[in-house]
Design a protein around this ligand. Structure first.
Ligand code: WT7
Length: 643
């Protein structure tokens, strides 16, 4: 398929879409650009439940922004109460399926009652608006209850993906000075129990701010509970009333903090607040997912990532959607598990990552063909650019050639989708996120911030604030400004390279910093390097992303060793396991290469560019004149051929 392939919105799709023509999209975009105050005010009034109206839509003192200034709202009430009050209490919110095959259907009214009980439990423990709760849970409905329960009383939540290690969990709890941890005994993955509580116990040994942990029982495995600290979820909610008035919170009240890798070894706590975030989440459900009342929506992400926050919890639920939630692995018991679920619940919208699509392609077309996927009407992609071959397969085999694919570009920091097609309006070009959302003034610029020409590569920036943007880095406003608003003063720098074609379509080229994208998850090279040098055998480490057919990039580590008699084979295995233990299993390196020395500049900086070339092409070209020892590079490059 060429760069030029274009897929116009299917006429039947456009006819019933929220935004049904290119002109309608352009009109929205123009109105947002010309009069943002009015544009956002009208939408906020219409789409969000407010207890008190705001004085103006936004206040921008770069790098700090406030949206819907002085307005009062509550995220949990937007996701639950308003639907129940509108008579939709009996509508199913979650069609949940556990990996072992157990199922639950939970309505909005039931969800509201559970969230109230949980919130009352938190209150009884003395939690107050502004306190912090860390959530470390499997993909069970209670994870959503915990998030909305916190939001209901103004406790800021921070979900830590269940694949993170005790070390990573501890660092996040400490950075937040959290008062409570909400967890489970474990969850099911590939037929095995993945335990969570032991990691919490390990972390809490060093977290003096945490007074309690609430433990949901999912796997029923035996667990030590610490008297006075640990409380079973069922005991926690047992005697709590099913009503709990939502706290009237400031529009800028911190809703959640989500950690993501930066270019240093220390993850950044990305802070999102309430009113603006909710508005953008809700609007993009309409604009990008074209959500209707009768849709059966399914996002395959984990709630531990931002995709799960915005497109499982706050977007779909504020929009009153019925959605599928699945606990386990896509390949259990077979690689057609997802398609069995989609067919069974008659999913209409499905949102996943290119990595998942590529892994499934490898299993062949026969598996999806076993299931009736004719209910699907729209597909989505997120996390990395989707290569045209994967796009074409997803479109043809899963979408039956009839479903548009929305390729959605965004980041933990952007809170919601910024560049993506409105599927009834914008013609698709496989591999392109197409056009920005209304109010998103995206541009591709050079080092000095000047726009580059058509089809020229440059840095992707966003020139104006948007409602769901990052508000701060938790506890580190200086890093916040330096990281995002200093390259071009006062302008949001995404860290991605991009080009824009003659029709204004954006093509994302990847990160420009030392951040890898492994299976659509961000991972910093520095974070892996810091983990490696904490091992007793390692003297120095340099980590680069290596192209990988399935995961996009894979973690490739070059290490030099301390004096000693090391067995490379066993040490290689040990180091891979070590990184998994230090950061989390998803960070496990694909490859460890032992070197006598690492290539460095005269000032001592490791030349990652050269290492990237080595893992990509196995040869080294380009400028190596600043290298201290050319021989090092030649030996590293040659090593591959000896393997
Ligand atoms: C980085 C953000 C947003 C949720 C998942 C990842 C890359 C994301 C796309 C896309 C090309 C993409 C970018 C971005 N990325 N979506 N559709 N096309 N690249 O969130 O961990 O914050 O990572 O993922 O490089 O900067 P994240």
């Amino acid at each position: 398929m060429s760069d030029q392939a274009v897929f116009a919105p299917p006429p039947e799709f456009a006819a019933s879409a929220h935004v049904g023509s290119l002109e309608a999209y352009q009109d929205l975009y123009r109105r947002a650009e010309e009069n943002p105050e009015q544009f956002w005010s009208e939408l906020a009034e219409k789409e969000i439940l407010w207890y008190e109206k705001w004085s103006h839509a936004f206040e921008w003192h770069p790098p700090f922004v406030k949206w819907f200034v002085d307005g009062k709202t509550n995220a949990s009430a937007n996701c639950l109460d308003r639907h129940v009050e509108a008579g939709k209490g009996d509508k199913v919110a979650l069609l949940w399926e556990g990996e072992p095959g157990d199922t639950r259907r939970i309505t909005y009214a039931e969800m509201l009652a559970e969230v109230c009980r949980f919130a009352n439990g938190l209150k009884q423990l003395g939690l107050q608006p502004g306190d912090r709760a860390v959530i470390y849970m499997p993909m069970v409905p209670e994870a959503v209850v915990a998030m909305l329960g916190c939001a209901r009383i103004g406790v800021t939540h921070s979900v830590v993906f269940g694949g993170f290690s005790a070390e990573a969990l501890k660092a996040r709890i400490q950075d937040l000075e959290a008062q409570i941890v909400i967890t489970a005994d474990g969850g099911w993955r590939r037929g095995k129990e993945v335990k969570l509580k032991p990691a919490v116990d390990e972390a809490l040994a060093d977290c003096p701010t945490v007074r309690h942990s609430v433990v949901y029982q999912r796997t029923n495995s035996a667990l030590p509970m610490q008297e006075g600290r640990d409380i079973w979820w069922h005991d926690f909610i047992k005697d709590q009333p099913a009503e709990c008035p939502p706290e009237k919170l400031d529009s800028e009240h911190p809703l959640f903090v989500l950690y993501t890798s930066g270019t240093t070894g220390k993850p950044k706590g990305i802070l999102h607040t309430t009113g603006g975030y909710l508005l953008h989440a809700r609007l993009t459900m309409k604009w990008v997912f074209d959500l209707k009342d009768d849709d059966i929506y399914w996002c395959s992400a984990d709630i531990g990532w931002v995709t799960g926050h915005t497109y499982i919890v706050y977007g779909p639920m504020s929009a009153g959607a019925t959605q599928i939630m699945y606990e386990g692995a896509p390949d259990h018991p077979g690689w057609d598990r997802w398609w069995a679920i989609a067919a069974n619940y008659k999913a209409t919208i499905f949102y996943t990552s290119p990595t998942a699509v590529r892994a499934i392609i490898k299993q062949g077309d026969a598996l999806p063909a076993k299931h009736d996927l004719s209910s699907l009407r729209l597909l989505g992609s997120v996390g990395e650019p989707i290569n045209p071959a994967a796009w074409e397969w997803y479109h043809r085999v899963i979408g039956g050639g009839r479903c548009p694919i929305v390729d959605t570009w965004w980041q933990t920091e952007t809170g919601g989708i910024l560049i993506a097609p409105m599927p009834g309006a914008v013609p698709l070009k496989p591999g392109s996120g197409t056009l920005p959302m209304p109010g998103v003034l995206a541009e591709v610029v050079d080092f000095d911030g000047n726009p580059v020409g058509v089809d020229q590569e440059g840095f992707l920036i966003i020139k104006r604030p948007w409602p769901s943007m990052i508000r701060n880095i938790w506890g580190d406003p200086q890093r916040f400004e330096q990281q995002y608003f200093s390259r071009i003063p006062g302008i949001y720098f995404t860290g991605d390279a991009a080009r824009r074609d003659a029709e204004g379509y954006f093509w994302i080229l990847g990160r420009v910093d030392d951040v890898m994208n492994v299976s659509g998850h961000r991972l910093s090279t520095m974070e892996v390097e810091s983990a490696l040098v904490r091992h007793r055998a390692v003297a120095e480490a340099a980590v680069v992303g290596k192209p990988d057919e399935i995961t996009g990039q894979a973690v490739c580590c070059f290490v030099t060793l301390k004096e000693g008699n090391w067995n490379h084979d066993t040490l290689g295995q040990e180091l891979r396991q070590w990184v998994a233990h230090e950061i989390g299993s998803f960070a496990r390196p694909a490859e460890i290469r032992f070197a006598e020395a690492l290539p460095k500049t005269r000032s001592g900086k490791i030349m990652r560019r050269l290492l990237r070339e080595i893992v990509t092409s196995h040869t080294v070209s380009g400028d190596v004149t600043t290298l201290e020892d050319l021989g090092v590079v030649q030996r590293l490059a040659a090593q591959h051929d000896d393997d």
